[in-house]
Design a protein around this ligand. Structure first.
Ligand SMILES: Cc1cc2nc3c(=O)[nH]c(=O)nc-3n(C[C@H](O)[C@H](O)[C@H](O)COP(=O)(O)OP(=O)(O)OC[C@H]3O[C@@H](n4cnc5c(N)ncnc54)[C@H](O)[C@@H]3O)c2cc1C
Length: 423
């Protein structure tokens, strides 16, 4: 087999370190990228940045077109890839592999520390609840990084790696507490790099283990990585849940039709300051703090009674870190339809949540300039706000009651179902 026959096809694994597929292909393999549509402009810019760094150190042939035609058209004898477990990635890879013929395409590694599908419950099923998954994930453990980390063995130190090391140095200490406060730059902000594969959780866990920080903070961080892997594992077993409710009880739920209220939510013009701040942060930067993602998702599904799929699609079109498993399942969690879901009847109050997690309204006023200079107490109580700021588009207390009433309708259906079927 000549070098030209051996290909490493890079997708969302745009890095040179800790890369089983590149290691399997060896230093002489052709490295190939087929440009596929990115979820949005923010993610496309990150793909380009990560790809440029790979190209600065290794020749990469970049093709446009459909990988189902481009890869077989190169007539390779062998193609190594990082396994892609997303439903669309699996379908693409199956088609490419069929076109190449048996044994040509081989997966080495994936975007996860523990590949989806590996962990099983005692009964042999897949995990449906995070806590036992997390326990099993910790027990299973992650392998050591493959082929070295940036800065070792001549491997370049990339922007993504510098961001990660900056977090380890400056913000890991205190992460467990600070991660919930949107006004503090307390999280790692590496989700975009993970989404394009410029970082790998295995390398993160290896460096996290030896970092000089309190164990609580390290454990809290690893737990968040486990959430990412839990959602990927769940989606692997239940691919239809990228679009449909995990909890079948919601099949008959009475959602509203999307209309002008959706647009006001998307534009950060709901009149609820913390919701508007989050949506404006998303529009401006492609990123939103996790706590605020939860609040805006709760608002869309429980105050506006709009289906989680509409919000998830909006996030897909804007998030720099869009990841189908984390996004769809986080939305389902917030809507109450998903794995381990926050119960439907737990409805976040945007005023009290704002007061609790952004007490001096620093986060809110960073993104909602009309409210600068207004006392935090007034912002959280939504009173005496300047006329250029919108009045609330709904009455939260009323919508909460409505949400609970709608939930009662399907609860009743489910109780009837149980009675009729003798369960
Ligand atoms: C409605 C909603 C939609 C979301 N959509 C996405 C998405 O498309 N892509 C995405 O990566 N995350 C998503 N998240 C999860 C979370 O908000 C982001 O991962 C996190 O805010 C990224 O910032 P960070 O890297 O600073 O996180 P950190 O707090 O530093 O966490 C480190 C890493 O752990 C993972 N992580 C953290 N929290 C979660 C979580 N709740 N679920 C799954 N993984 C997590 C991410 O990979 C993150 O980069 C969503 C959350 C909600 C509530």
């Amino acid at each position: 087999m000549s070098c030209a026959d051996r290909i490493v096809w890079l997708r969302r694994d745009l890095r040179l370190h800790d890369h089983p597929a590149l290691t399997a292909g060896g230093p002489d393999a052709r490295v190939v990228v087929v440009r596929e549509p990115a979820a949005n402009g923010f993610q496309r810019a990150l793909v380009d940045a990560a790809l440029d760094e790979v190209r600065a150190h290794r020749t990469v042939e970049v093709f446009d077109g459909d990988p189902r035609e481009v890869i077989p058209g190169l007539n390779p004898a062998k193609v190594w890839v990082s396994a892609d477990f997303t439903p669309s990635g699996l379908a693409r890879d199956r088609a490419v592999s069929d076109a190449l013929g048996p044994g040509v395409m081989e997966a080495a590694g994936s975007a996860y520390a523990v590949d989806p599908g590996i962990l099983r419950t005692g009964q042999g099923g897949h995990y449906k609840v995070f806590t036992p998954f997390h326990r099993a994930w910790c027990d299973y453990g992650a392998d050591d990084p493959v082929g070295g980390l940036p800065g070792e063995d001549g491997l370049p130190v990339t922007r993504a790696w510098r961001d990660w090391c900056g977090f380890l140095r400056e913000r890991l200490d205190g992460y467990a507490e600070n991660r919930d406060i949107p006004a503090i730059d307390g999280t790692s902000r590496i989700s975009g790099w993970l989404a394009v594969g410029a970082l790998h959780p295995r390398s993160l866990l290896a460096t996290l283990a030896v970092a000089d920080a309190p164990e609580d903070d390290k454990e809290a961080f690893a737990r968040e990585l486990a959430f990412r892997e839990f959602y990927a594992d769940f989606l692997h077993h239940r691919p239809e849940t990228a679009h449909s409710d995990v909890n079948p009880r919601f099949a008959g739920f009475r959602w509203n039709e999307s209309g002008s209220e959706f647009d006001l939510w998307a534009r950060g013009r709901t009149g609820f300051p913390i919701v508007d701040a989050g949506m404006r942060q998303l529009a401006a930067t492609g990123w939103m703090h996790n706590r605020v993602r939860m609040l805006v998702a709760s608002f869309l599904t429980k105050d506006l009674h709009l289906p989680w799929q509409a919000g998830a699609e909006h996030f897909r079109r804007h998030l720099v870190d869009f990841d189908v498993a984390s996004n769809q399942h986080s939305w389902q969690w917030c809507a109450g339809t998903g794995t381990d879901a926050s119960p439907y009847f737990r409805v976040f109050n945007p005023m009290t949540q704002g007061k609790k997690f952004d007490p001096d309204a620093r986060y809110i006023t960073r993104w909602v300039p009309e409210l600068r200079g207004v006392p935090a107490g007034d912002i959280h109580a939504i009173r005496n706000l300047p006329s250029e700021y919108p009045v609330p588009i709904v009455d939260h207390a009323e919508e909460r009651r409505d949400a609970l009433a709608r939930y009662e309708e399907i609860k009743g259906v489910s109780r009837d179902f149980k009675v009729r079927h003798g369960r």
